[in-house]
Design a protein around this ligand. Structure first.
Ligand code: COA
Length: 438
């Protein structure tokens, strides 16, 4: 395909517009389909594909987190569709744990590489775009992430062009000549509403805030804690953002002049991000907003890029941490919960940055305070996302454990001191059974 001139693109666009049910007829049995991530999941195309289930066998579906009903995951469609998840969201979690869908553990920074190298080939790419501008360029909107690499390496690209998809700026554009079929829609994007922070989350935020310097550049991972931490940063000055994602929480800090991006050493003056997850307020905020620079995951999450940010401070969460500092973040024992995402990318990038800090922040307990997240050993079958050699700070509502450069015994003492008091004596007893912790 060659890019058409300014005058030609409208004509070309018109020839590509098609009904969703007709567009998905290009999908064949055995194909691998990539689905655009988060709020950009093209629900209209997904539903049309599911309506074709009777004609299709063994279609592989590949995606990160999607805010989609994902009906292809239903048991009745198991002969037609098989999901290979790059991140396990709530819509496919049950199926993954029942063995009806599979999980590919991979660093977010490297997902584009597995498409480009052909290790994971893609036949058809289903994306959602903003309407074209005067030059025929559409924006990938709320999720740039790994979708450019998927689109470039797919045989066929079908785009839902949604009037309500924000036009985000940065490396976020695709010319309509690169798209094979266009399905026009006008529908609101799905929203992810963050709950107000709990008392425990506020206490964690206050502890994390003591580690955040003025002029730091922040990454905020996925989950309840990173977003809650933003509420504790009201006294900081001149913060910046370089993060694979962010939610509504950063809008207030920008409006209050706390996030200025002025001290950033990479992309100064810009909030650098690869996708957003939030409400319509956030989608409106990023629309045509030159402050927000969308970039691909292989750039935003590249540890070498991340490390160029002075005072890079990465804040991620965990499900379980053992007393030596091994972080389980994608599974609870054998129960697969989420994904590797950008946690290791940012932990490593921040650790390398000048005056950088890599922080894991989590509540000390889970399941209504019935289990400690700090344990002598990880549950059997847990996946370690961040290794104990990578961990620097672990923070709970009870304080901060600085593990970097510390022995296993020193780590154990430090982590037990920030565990919930109700579990500390049991933890000590459990650790007594491990010879090298005595
Ligand atoms: N034992 C048993 N259950 C546990 C548990 C444990 N050790 N730890 C957590 N849980 C339960 C919680 O109680 C909660 O259950 P509920 O939904 O019934 O209340 C559930 O598991 C989720 O835990 P929570 O801590 O609330 O999850 P979260 O939404 O805050 O997300 C991570 C936390 C770790 C899952 C998330 O940060 C993640 O996916 N990280 C990996 C990837 C990453 O960090 N990427 C960076 C950005 S892409």
């Amino acid at each position: 395909m060659t890019e058409s001139t300014c005058d030609q693109w409208q004509e070309e666009y018109a020839t590509k517009v098609i009904a969703a049910d007709n567009a998905v007829k290009v999908i064949s049995s055995g194909d691998t389909i990539y689905i655009h991530s988060n709020a950009a999941a093209p629900e209209v195309l997904i539903n049309a594909m599911v309506r074709r289930s009777q004609d299709l066998k063994d279609v592989k579906i590949l995606h990160l987190l999607t805010l989609s009903k994902a009906e292809y995951i239903n048991k009745e469609f198991s002969n037609s569709f098989k999901v290979k998840a790059l991140f396990i969201g709530p819509n496919i979690r049950e199926a993954v744990n029942e063995g009806r869908a599979e999980y590919i553990p991979v660093f977010l920074s490297e997902i584009p590489k597995i498409f480009e190298s052909g290790i994971v080939p893609i036949d058809v790419c289903l994306i959602q775009l903003s309407p074209p501008d005067a030059h025929g360029y559409c924006s990938y909107g709320t999720s740039v992430d790994c979708t450019i690499a998927a689109r470039k390496n797919a045989r066929i690209v079908i785009a839902e062009v949604n009037k309500q998809m924000p036009r985000t700026l940065g490396r976020s554009f695709v010319h309509i000549s690169r798209v094979d079929y266009i399905v026009e829609t006008d529908r609101p994007l799905p929203e992810l509403i963050s709950a107000a922070p709990t008392e425990v989350e506020i206490a964690i935020g206050a502890n994390v805030a003591t580690l955040v310097d003025d002029e730091a550049t922040l990454q905020l991972g996925i989950g309840a804690i990173p977003n809650a931490i933003l509420h504790s940063l009201k006294d900081k000055r001149n913060l910046g953002i370089h993060s694979e994602m962010f939610s509504d929480g950063i809008i207030d800090l920008i409006e209050q002049g706390i996030i200025t991006n002025n001290a950033k050493t990479l992309l100064p003056g810009k909030v650098a991000v690869s996708f957003i997850l939030g409400t319509k307020r956030l989608y409106d905020f990023v629309d045509n907003n030159p402050l927000i620079e969308f970039q691909t995951s292989d750039f935003i999450n590249d540890p070498f890029v991340i490390s160029q940010n002075f005072k890079m401070t990465a804040i991620n969460s965990a499900l379980q941490v053992d007393v030596t500092g091994q972080v389980a973040a994608d599974s609870i024992g054998s129960y697969l919960y989420s994904g590797v995402g950008g946690q290791v990318d940012f932990i490593r990038g921040a650790a390398r940055a000048k005056q950088g800090k890599a922080i894991i922040a989590m509540p000390s307990t889970a399941k209504n305070h019935s289990v400690s997240r700090i344990t002598a050993s990880l549950l059997p079958d847990s996946g370690v996302v961040t290794s104990r050699a990578d961990v620097h700070y672990v923070v709970t509502e009870y304080g901060i454990a600085q593990l970097y450069g510390r022995t296993l015994k020193e780590r154990m003492k430090s982590l037990i001191s920030i565990a919930h008091p109700d579990f500390r004596s049991q933890l000590k007893k459990d650790c007594c059974l491990i010879p090298w912790l005595n």
